[in-house]
Ligand binder design. Structure first.
Ligand code: G6P
Ligand code: ZN
Length: 622
C-alpha cells in the first residue's frame, strides 16, 4: 500500500511502519449541535466549545459525509490533517484521525509535530505524491483538514477553528460549507475507533501508524512547500542579495505556524542571520499576542521598523539603522504585513506594486508576465490602476480567498482563457498567486525581497540601498496614491451591528442619495450593495458590503465601505474601509489616517455609528 511504504525524500531517516496497533470501528450516537455554520474561512469557536462532548466529532463526521457526497459517493482515499499549532491542535488531530480512519480514508497524512502553515498545506494537497517526493507535481490528496482560527488569538478562552480545503488545495466553497452545515442539523451518529493508538506527532518523518485499515503517515511539513517557492523565486539571487551590505530583514512569526517556515526558508535556505527572526517559535497561545499582522497587533515589529501605530514614521529614529525589509505573518502563516525602514506598505499597495513589478519575480517573468489579477472588493483600486495601464484583466471579488481559487483554476473553463500566471490579494493583509490556492505570507515576503533585489542590482556594495519607501513613492508618482485605512469596531452587539447595516441599506442604498446633505465639502455621490456572480461557475453571492461613493472637491474619487466580519467567533465586528485617491504627488507624503480623517468623520455621521453602537472610536485602525 502507498502509505505503508511512504518515505521522505529529504529526511535521512526513512522509516518503515513502526507501530501497528489497530482500532475497531465503533458507531457512537450523537445529537445535532446548533450553530455549526462555517464562516468566511471555516468554523471558528471558543476552544471550550470545541472541547465539548461530540463537538469535533459531529463537525468532522459531517465534513467527511459532505466530502464523500462531492466525491460522487466514494470515500476519500488520502487526506492531510494539519494545524497552526494553537491550543487544542494535537488533541483535535488525534480525534480527527480516528474519525477519518473509522470512515475508511486509506491514507492520512500528518505533518511532523502537527504544525503547518495554511499555504504549506495547500502545497501538499497540490503536489505531494504517494511516494512523498512530489516530483511529478501531481498531488494525490483529495483534501486537507486545517485546524486554525487564522489570526484570532489562541489558548484557553480563545479561538480554535477547523476548515476544509478541496483537491486543488483551495478552501471549500459555500456549496460545501452549506451542505456540511445542513448535516450538522440532523446528525445522529459518527464513526470512530475504539482503543486507537495515540499517534506520536513528534515521531520521525516517514513513521506509519495503522489504525483499522488506514495508514497514518508522519510527513515532512516543509518539502512540498519549499519546492513550490523554489519554482516561484530565484533562491540564488535572493541568497546573494541577502549578503549585500546594508541589507537587513526582520521577520515576525507572531508565534504562529509561519515562524518555522520562515526559519527554514530565510535562515536555512537563504542564509540570513538568526537575528532576522523574532517570535518564530510556535506557541499554543501565540505568546498571548493577537496573531494578526496589522499595525495594531504587530506593534513590536512596527516599532522596530521605525513606525508609529498609525503607520507613519517615527521621526526620532535614524532610518539607516533600521531593517531594509520588515514583515510579519499571522497565526497560520497566510497573512502578511510588509514594511520598509520607517515605511508601512498597505496591503492594497503591496498588491499593486507586485503587479507592476512582475518582471522582478521569476514565477511571473518566466511565464510571460501576469495574465490576470484580482482583489477583494473592499481592497483599494490601486491594483486596478496598474492592471489597466498594463493591460492585465482585473477581477473584483467578494471577501474570501475561495473566490480567487475559482479564477485561478479557470483555465479551459472560462471563455477558453487561462488566467494564470495570476496575482491576487486582499486589504486584510492577504497576498498570493497561482502557486497554491491560499494566500501566502512568506510568498509575499519573498516577492518583496525579489523586488528589492532587482531594484538594487546595479547598486555597488557599500552604497546606500534603494529602499521600500523609494520604490513605493516612485510608484505613487506614476499611478497616484490611494490613501487607505480600515477602522474595526470589534465585539459590537450583533443586533446593533445589523442595525447599522440595515440603516445604510434603507437610507442610502435604497434611499435618495441626492437629497443627503453632508457637513463638509465631501459629497455623497451614490451608494450600492456589492454582489457577485462568479464568472467561472455562475454562483451568486449577495450582501457583500455596502459602498458609499463620495466626490471630493478635487474631483478625485473617494469611498467608504461597510461590512460585517465573517471570521469572528462571538459578537460582531463592523469594518469600515476608507479610500481616497490623490493624483497630486506633492500630497502623497501625508499619513493615511490624517488624509482620511474628514472622510471618516463624514461616513461615521452618515451611518450613525456612535448613536447605534455606543462606540465613539474603533478598536483597531490599520
Ligand atoms: C479570512 C479569509 C480571507 C478574508 C478574511 C476576511 O482571512 O481567508 O480571505 O479576507 O478572512 O475576514 P473578515 O473578518 O473581514 O470576514
Ligand atoms: Zn490566516
Amino acid at each position: 500500500s502507498r502509505g505503508g511504504s511512504s518515505t521522505s525524500s529529504t529526511s535521512s531517516i526513512a522509516l518503515q511502519s513502526t507501530a501497528t496497533t489497530s482500532g475497531e470501528v465503533i458507531v457512537v450516537s450523537t445529537t445535532p449541535i446548533p450553530e455549526m455554520r462555517p464562516g468566511t474561512s471555516g468554523l471558528r469557536k471558543k476552544v471550550e466549545v470545541w472541547q465539548g462532548e461530540h463537538y469535533v466529532e459531529n463537525f468532522i463526521q459531517c465534513l467527511i459525509d459532505t466530502a464523500v457526497e462531492k466525491n460522487g459517493g466514494k470515500m476519500l482515499d488520502t487526506i492531510i490533517v494539519a494545524g497552526d499549532g494553537r491550543y487544542h491542535n494535537s488533541e483535535a488531530i488525534q480525534t480527527i484521525t480516528q474519525l477519518l480512519a473509522a470512515n475508511g480514508v486509506n491514507n492520512i497524512w500528518i505533518p511532523r509535530n502537527g504544525i503547518m502553515s495554511t499555504p504549506a498545506v495547500s502545497a501538499v494537497i497540490r503536489r505531494r505524491t504517494a511516494s512523498g517526493d512530489g516530483s511529478d507535481g501531481q498531488g494525490v490528496a483529495q483534501g486537507g483538514i486545517v485546524l486554525t482560527a487564522s489570526h484570532n488569538p489562541g489558548g484557553p478562552g480563545e479561538d480554535f477553528g477547523i476548515k476544509y480545503n478541496e483537491g486543488l488545495g483551495q478552501p471549500a466553497g459555500e456549496d460545501f460549507t452549506e451542505a456540511l452545515y445542513e448535516k450538522t442539523l440532523s446528525i445522529s451518529s459518527y464513526k470512530t475507533v475504539s482503543n486507537s493508538p495515540v499517534v506520536d506527532l513528534s515521531a520521525p518523518i516517514g513513521t506509519v501508524y495503522k489504525i483499522g485499515s488506514s495508514s497514518v503517515t508522519i510527513i515532512d511539513p516543509f518539502q512540498n512547500y519549499l519546492d513550490t517557492l523554489k519554482e516561484c523565486f530565484d533562491f540564488n539571487q535572493l541568497k546573494e542579495f541577502g549578503k549585500k551590505e546594508g541589507f537587513k530583514m526582520l521577520f515576525d512569526g507572531m508565534h504562529g505556524a509561519g515562524g518555522i517556515f520562515a526559519k527554514r526558508v530565510l535562515i536555512d535556505e537563504l542564509g540570513l542571520p538568526e537575528s532576522s527572526l523574532m517570535r518564530c517559535n510556535p506557541l499554543p497561545d501565540f505568546g498571548k499576542c493577537h496573531p494578526d499582522p496589522n499595525l495594531t497587533y504587530a506593534s513590536e515589529l512596527v516599532e522596530k521598523m521605525g513606525l508609529l501605530p498609525d503607520g507613519s514614521a517615527t521621526t526620532s529614529v535614524d532610518v539607516a539603522s533600521l531593517p531594509t525589509l520588515g514583515a510579519a505573518n499571522d497565526g497560520d502563516g497566510d497573512r502578511n504585513l510588509v514594511a520598509g525602514a520607517g515605511f508601512f506598505v498597505t496591503p492594497s499597495d503591496s498588491m499593486a506594486l507586485i503587479c507592476d513589478n512582475w518582471a522582478s519575480i521569476p514565477q511571473f517573468a518566466s511565464r510571460g508576465g501576469l495574465k490576470g489579477v484580482a482583489r477583494s472588493m473592499p481592497s483599494s483600486a490601486a491594483l486596478d490602476v496598474v492592471a489597466s495601464a498594463r493591460n492585465i484583466p482585473c477581477f473584483i471579488t467578494p471577501t474570501g480567498w475561495k473566490f480567487f481559487g475559482n479564477l485561478m483554476s479557470s483555465k479551459e473553463m472560462f471563455d477558453g482563457k487561462d488566467y494564470t500566471p495570476f496575482l491576487c490579494g486582499e486589504e486584510s493583509f492577504g497576498t498570493g498567486s497561482d502557486h497554491v490556492r491560499e494566500k501566502d505570507g512568506l510568498w509575499a515576503v519573498l516577492a518583496w525581497m525579489s523586488i528589492l533585489a532587482k531594484a538594487n542590482e546595479s547598486v555597488e556594495n557599500g552604497a546606500t540601498l534603494v529602499g521600500v519607501k523609494e520604490i513605493v513613492e516612485k510608484h505613487w508618482a506614476t499611478y497616484g496614491r490611494h490613501f487607505y485605512c480600515r477602522y474595526d469596531y470589534e465585539g459590537v452587539d450583533s443586533n446593533d451591528a445589523n442595525k447599522v447595516m440595515e440603516f445604510i441599506r434603507e437610507n442610502y442604498v435604497n434611499g435618495d442619495t441626492a437629497s443627503i446633505k453632508t457637513e463638509s465639502d465631501i459629497k455623497l455621490a451614490d451608494a450600492i450593495e456589492f454582489s457577485y456572480t462568479d464568472p467561472v461557475d455562475g454562483s451568486k453571492t449577495s450582501k457583500q458590503g455596502l459602498i458609499l461613493n463620495f466626490s471630493l472637491p478635487s474631483g478625485d474619487p473617494a469611498r467608504v465601505v461597510f461590512r460585517l466580519s465573517g471570521t469572528g467567533s462571538s459578537g460582531a465586528t463592523i469594518r469600515m474601509y476608507l479610500e481616497q485617491y490623490e493624483k497630486d504627488a506633492s500630497k502623497h507624503g501625508m499619513s493615511a489616517p490624517v488624509a482620511l480623517k474628514e472622510l471618516a468623520e463624514e461616513a461615521l455621521r452618515l451611518v450613525k455609528m456612535e448613536e447605534t453602537t455606543g462606540r465613539d472610536s474603533p478598536t483597531v485602525i490599520t
